[in-house]
Design a protein around this ligand. Sequence first.
Ligand SMILES: [Zn+2]
Length: 176
Amino acid sequence: MMHSIQLCVKRLEMESETLLNEIEAVFPHVPRPKDLEVSFHKVDCFECEYIRKDLEKYREPILPDEAIRLLYNDLSCLSSKGWLWVFPSYLRHCITKKNDYDDIETEFLIYALSPDLKYQKETLERLSGFSKPQLLCLLSFLEWCERHEHWSDYCADEIENGIGFLKSLLSNKYGV
Ligand SMILES: [Zn+2]
């Protein structure tokens, strides 16, 4: 008979696999956007200019882990096209990562999806290129975090905010 902690680990493994399958289905890797199209602001913003420079050497649809590590704190400097390029690699990285306690990328993705009121408009702009299945998949990601031993404890408020934010976006845009 398995101990409850093992059952817990087993359950999370199965849920991660289900979520990974959903990500594979709705977030195919896409070609990299042209340089200016990657960033949220195109002119007069140093932060966006820096992120364009940092990303210059990554030209492929799939981003390596080192690029994900570079990006986590600058997700708000990416455009909608930028997010659509980065998210397939980023999401896969978050779900397959072994050590949750050093997983700053997942933490910052939760923050990026649960903006404070004053940043909601910008975030909606960044999500404007996402399809309904993709938005539902982001919701699945936050619901996965909500059941996750570490994230449910560490980022409970942000996860709840994010779920509310995505649900209202889905309801406004698609009536679901
Ligand atoms: Zn900017």
